[in-house]
Structures are given as structure tokens and as C-alpha cells.
Design a protein around this ligand. Structure first.
Ligand SMILES: NC(=O)c1ccc[n+]([C@@H]2O[C@H](COP(=O)([O-])OP(=O)(O)OC[C@H]3O[C@@H](n4cnc5c(N)ncnc54)[C@H](O)[C@@H]3O)[C@@H](O)[C@H]2O)c1
Ligand SMILES: [Zn+2]
Ligand SMILES: [Zn+2]
Length: 380
């Protein structure tokens, strides 16, 4: 089959690789019909070498398709069914899965490296499981993971159930915005865009959306943001304070993660290795919060970072909630919402559908944030 493989930093190829097959009674194999590129894939694109990617690894964790074959212990799906596959690989039945912490599944947890549950296409830290940007995908723990779709959902909304919709739902849930309260969303890629829509749907009063990219700010404004801010043009913290009576927002979501851009000074310091990290967005996010507010970090961070402002978080009584999305915890709610007329206008989040063979070019265009390129779905 054909698959998108990582060859080295910023080097991808679409290659012939062996077809997957059933290896365990809890496996399924699906023929992939749609598979998206995620902001999380961009961390691998840029820094895969330090994130334990190996040349030849198949990328992708956002896939849907048609079931080809199931193992003996897989009962809820059968060949011919259309399914979407959550990016977490979870058993559904261990101590942590039973508490809805599917990203921490004890059956697929990577004990040796002290990492959580395995993920599709996401490095040897998370199981080294071949990903879904391919013609076929082997799905481990398929007796629990895949969600059968009964034909009622728009295909481009359905594929986003693998990650974007549940991840953003969790980010808003964890942000704990008071009824009618204020929320600042940093980063308006697919995740931040969806957070804005979900927050509006769930009753936030003021939604301040921040991103350096003008088309991403415009899209957020068209879908529920009340204010937009360009973090490259102004002092972000001061701008959010000014919009919130000098107090700061009740809740803030960091939907940027470890590849945040910073000021020109920051960039020079980073290039010269005079500053140890790229936590610009996280620092801004903490600064934008009011005292007693809640910070929800959905952007991905890896490794160790010094200079965490513990004293400030203590003094201001900040609550921080974060982590990998527990996809299956939110998908039933989301499927009902999509079936009830889709108030999130989810299918519209996908801006491009392109052939799998063009993946390397579209990774670059998504990474470079070409105007209008906000969510790309590959067609095998
Ligand atoms: N926790 C999870 O389970 C989970 C799941 C999916 C994605 N993610 C993470 O969420 C983050 C967003 O994903 P995405 O697909 O939307 O990615 P993306 O790369 O498309 O979006 C990131 C956005 O942040 C903006 N940005 C950069 N620096 C900024 C700054 N200083 N202030 C404000 N905005 C800034 C960029 O312009 C871009 O629009 C990534 O870190 C991704 O890895 C986490
Ligand atoms: Zn993703
Ligand atoms: Zn489990």
C-alpha cells in the first residue's frame, strides 16, 4: 500500500510499504477513506528526530474509513462498516479507561518511557504504532476504539471526531468558563478555531481570539469570537486586560503548544540559544488570566522546561488543567450534536481535500500557514 513516511526533519515521502494485517484478536484493519494532517504532526515534521521518530515511520492519527477485517474479539463493528478511529489507542476497560482517562490507558501505556497510552503515528515514545496517513490502517484495541458511523454525518465533520472535535471540547470543558464569562483562546489553528465555536455554543459571553495569522483571526471572528488580537502587533497581555476591564479573562486556552512564535527579540534569543524554550504563548496565556482563573492547556508540550513561574501561579490562585485529549470521553456528546444540525458548522473547518500522494507538499503549505490553508484532509 501507499503511505506517508517520515524520513527526517522536514523530509516526508509517499512510499510503498507492506499492507497491515490482523495480528491480535482485538485488531481491525480499515481501508482509509479520509485522513487529516494535524498541528501535532507539525511537531514531528520539524523535530521528529528528538521526539523519537525513526526514518520509515508512517505518520497520521486522524483517520476514518471502511472496515476490511476484524479479529475474533471485535464485536461492535464488522467488514463494510464506516468508522472513525480516535487517535488514542485505549482498551476501554482498565482502571483509568473506566474513569474516562482514555489517553492514559494502562493496557497501552508506555511504561518504559513513562509515557501515557499509545497513539497512532506518534513516535516511539507513544508506542511506535504505524499511522493512518496510508491506504490501510491496523487498529489495535478495535473492540473499543473505532466509532461506527450510521451515515447521518457529513464526512468532513466525521473525520474530525478522531481528534479536533473531542480535543477542542475537552479544552473548553477544562477551561471551566463561568456562564456568560470571558475566554481568551491563543492559537487559531484547527484546534483554536473549534474551541471558539464550542465556547460560543456553550454560552461564553466574551471570546477573545489571538493568532498572528490574519485569515485565522477573520475565520474566528466569523464563527463566534467577539474580539481578535494580533499577538505580533501588540502587547498581548495588556490587550486582553484592556478588553476585560483590566482584570484579565476568566479562562484562557493555550491552543498553540511548544512551537509558538514570539516577538522578534524572542526569535533572536532563541536562534542564539540564549533562551531555553519557546513558551511564548504559554507565558502570554498565564498573563491573560484574571486572579483565580483557569488555564486550559491543549497545545502539546514535550520535555522539561525551566523558569516555570510557580510564585505567580500561587499568588494569583491559578488553576491549570491540561493533557492529551481523552477522545472517547466526548464523542457520544459530539455525535449527538452533529446529528442535531451541527451548530459548530464542523465540516466547514476542513479547507482542503487533496490526494495522499501530495502529502509532502500540503504538510509544507499547512506548516507555512499559507493563507486559507487551515485544515487539510488527505484522500488515499
Ligand atoms: N492535547 C491534545 O490532545 C492535542 C490534540 C490535537 C492537537 N493538539 C495541539 O494543539 C495545538 C494546536 O493544534 P492545531 O492543529 O490547531 O495547530 P496549528 O499549528 O495549525 O495552530 C497553531 C496556531 O498557533 C498560532 N500561534 C503561534 N504562535 C502564537 C502565539 N505566540 N500566540 C498566539 N498564536 C500563536 C499559529 O499561527 C497557528 O495558527 C498543537 O500544539 C497541537 O499539537 C493537542
Ligand atoms: Zn491531531
Ligand atoms: Zn485502558
Amino acid at each position: 500500500m501507499r503511505a506517508v513516511v517520515w524520513e527526517g526533519p522536514r523530509r516526508l515521502a509517499v512510499q510503498d510499504v507492506p499492507d497491515p494485517r490482523i495480528e491480535e484478536p482485538t485488531d481491525a484493519v480499515i481501508r482509509v477513506t479520509a485522513t487529516a494532517i494535524c498541528g501535532s504532526d507539525l511537531h514531528l515534521y520539524d523535530h521528529g528526530a528528538v521526539m523519537m521518530m525513526k526514518p520509515g515511520d508512517i505518520l497520521g492519527h486522524e483517520a476514518m474509513g471502511v472496515v476490511e477485517e476484524v479479529g475474533a474479539e471485535v464485536g461492535h463493528i464488522k467488514p463494510g462498516d464506516t468508522v472513525v478511529v480516535p487517535f488514542n489507542i485505549s482498551c476501554g476497560d482498565c482502571y483509568l479507561c473506566r474513569r474516562g482517562m482514555y489517553s492514559q490507558c494502562e493496557t497501552t501505556q508506555n511504561w518504559a518511557g513513562r509515557k501515557g497510552g499509545s497513539l497512532f503515528g506518534y513516535t516511539h515514545m507513544y508506542g511506535g504504532v504505524p499511522g493512518g496517513q496510508a491506504q490501510y490502517l491496523r487498529v489495535p484495541q478495535a473492540h473499543f476504539g473505532p466509532i461506527r458511523l450510521d451515515g447521518g454525518l457529513a464526512e468532513m465533520a466525521a473525520v474530525l471526531l478522531s481528534d479536533v472535535l473531542p480535543t477542542s471540547w475537552q479544552a473548553v470543558e477544562y477551561a471551566d468558563v463561568p456562564d456568560g464569562g470571558s475566554l481568551a483562546v491563543l492559537g487559531l489553528g484547527p484546534i483554536g478555531q473549534t474551541c471558539v465555536r464550542i465556547a460560543r455554543h456553550r454560552g461564553a459571553g466574551q471570546i477573545i481570539a489571538l493568532d498572528p495569522e490574519p485569515d485565522r483571526r477573520a475565520s474566528a471572528l466569523a464563527h463566534g469570537a467577539t474580539d481578535v488580537v494580533d499577538p505580533d502587533a501588540v502587547d498581548t497581555v495588556a490587550a486582553v486586560q484592556e478588553l476585560t476591564s483590566g482584570r484579565g479573562a476568566d479562562s484562557v486556552i493555550d491552543a498553540v503548544g511548544m512551537d509558538s512564535s514570539g516577538s522578534v527579540v524572542d526569535r533572536v534569543l532563541q536562534t542564539a540559544k540564549l533562551t531555553p524554550d519557546r513558551l511564548h504563548a504559554l507565558r502570554d496565556a498565564m498573563g491573560c488570566l484574571r486572579r483565580g482563573g483557569t488555564l486550559s492547556v491543549i497545545g502539546v508540550y514535550g520535555g522539561w522546561y525551566p523558569l516555570w513561574p510557580l510564585g505567580d501561579l500561587f499568588d494569583r490562585q491559578i488553576t491549570v488543567r491540561w493533557g492529551q485529549a481523552n477522545v472517547r470521553r466526548w464523542t457520544d456528546t459530539l455525535v449527538s450534536l452533529l446529528e442535531q444540525g451541527d451548530p459548530l458548522d464542523a465540516a466547514e473547518l476542513v479547507t482542503h481535500q487533496v490526494p495522499l500522494e501530495q502529502a509532502p507538499d500540503w504538510y509544507r503549505r499547512f506548516r507555512d500557514k499559507e493563507p486559507g490553508v487551515r485544515k487539510v484532509v488527505l484522500r488515499p
